[in-house]
Design a protein around this ligand. Structure first.
Ligand SMILES: *Cc1c(COP(=O)(O)O)cnc(C)c1O
Length: 382
């Protein structure tokens, strides 16, 4: 039985060359970057090379990159760190209902700490309105946090316009770009980002690696204290092996963007159109145009997404119902409900996200199996 992995927004397979590099920095080149002999210098060089590679991918300067343990930490560090550093200027934050829990839960925490948080609604495509952002701006607003690409439905948010607005009003702007990096152009200058979060394992790098871009002269309160690593914004002995792997993954993601994305967009369209054609009672969730090339999210009337996931797994096909973080729970996706889907529609939805190893044969295999699975599940439900 073929195995078809269609959950690249949950995580990606680590590239072989990345894994090899990680191995190298775990074994022969194991030094602590803070030490002064050759082992330490070698490790430090790897960290600084990675910093250049990551900076290159998002058009930042290396000094603006802080290595973290991933997207969740990056979002926490950005939001809590900037909120605390600028609390004297104001205590109002703006974010959107479709954000990742790493942003939303952090905003809820800040609300409990006495900050005022406005959570913006979205339209039926999951898009945040720039006019809405402008409407809720207050004299005490210090920070806007909007994701560049949504992890569940692939919506590309108008972050460039929001960045322009934020900069004009003297408000900080944070972007969760975890699902954008490697899929669409991410340019911190064009986006007018003050902070931007990335994660390694979503771009074929190691899990537990990531970074926060922090624009020059923007203040940030650290969340942990200790050594002076990462300019004391994120102290602790560096995850040298992971950081080296992240750097290589970032460089390769940048190189392959222009060739890989059109290929995946074509495969993704083949998948969506094939399903809409072959299976009655289906609909695409999210936008058709302003959508990242790798994402398909569909609902199947009268079918439970969770049951569909399990039946597809038996055929070797890995998909996700709702977001991976809430898998296992019966709560409908907060993203789909924010887009106006009913609880039932949300619970009958499945996300398929494509990546490097996917081929046309694999998509055709899914298109062959899926209609039969859906039909069987519907008959059972009758
Ligand atoms: C995966 C993801 C995160 C969390 O990143 P981790 O590295 O898994 O902690 C944050 N935001 C978005 C949009 C994501 O897709």
């Amino acid at each position: 039985m073929p195995r078809v992995y269609l959950d690249h927004s949950a995580t990606t397979p680590t590239r072989t060359e990345v894994a090899q590099l990680v191995m190298e920095y775990m074994t022969e080149k194991f030094g602590n970057p803070s030490t002064l002999y050759s082992y330490g210098r070698e490790a430090k060089k790897a960290v600084e090379r990675s910093r250049e590679q990551v900076a290159g991918l998002v058009k930042a300067t290396p000094e603006e990159i802080i290595f973290t343990s991933g997207g969740t930490e990056g979002d926490n560090l950005a939001l809590v760190g900037m909120a605390r550093a600028y609390a004297r200027k104001g205590r109002h934050l703006i974010t959107a209902a479709v954000e990742h829990p790493a942003v939303l839960d952090t905003c809820h925490y800040l609300a409990r700490q006495g900050f005022a948080v406005t959570i913006l609604p979205v339209d039926e495509d999951g898009t945040v309105s720039v006019a809405e952002v402008e409407k809720v701006l207050r004299p005490d607003t210090i920070l806007i946090s909007i994701m560049q690409v949504n992890n569940e439905v692939g919506t590309i948010e108008p972050v460039e316009e929001i960045g322009e607005l934020a900069r004009a009003r003297g408000v900080l702007f944070h972007i969760d770009a975890v699902q954008a990096i490697g899929k669409v152009a991410v340019d911190v200058e064009a986006l007018r980002a003050d902070a931007l979060t990335g994660s390694g394992h979503k771009i074929y790098g190691p899990k537990g690696t990531g970074f926060l871009y922090l624009r020059k002269r923007v203040k940030l309160a650290p969340l942990v204290w200790g050594g002076g690593q990462e300019r004391a914004f994120r102290p602790g002995t560096e995850n040298v092996a992971g950081i080296a792997g992240l750097g290589l993954a970032a460089e390769l993601a940048g190189q392959e963007l222009k060739t890989e994305m059109p290929r995946l967009a074509a495969l993704r369209n083949r998948l969506i159109n094939g399903i809409l054609e072959k299976v009655e009672g289906t609909a695409l969730n999210g936008p058709t145009v302003k959508r990242v090339p790798t994402n398909a999210n569909l609902r199947f009337d009268g079918v439970e997404g969770e049951a569909l996931l399990q039946a597809m797994d038996l055929k070797g096909i890995c998909v996700s119902s709702g977001s991976a973080c809430s898998a296992g729970s019966v709560n409908p996706s907060h993203v789909l409900t924010a887009m106006g889907l009913t609880r039932e529609e949300a619970l009958s939805s499945v996300r398929m996200t494509l990546g490097r190893e996917n081929t046309e044969e694999q998509i055709d295999y899914v298109l062959e199996e899926l209609p039969q699975i859906v039909e069987r599940l519907r008959r059972k439900a009758e």
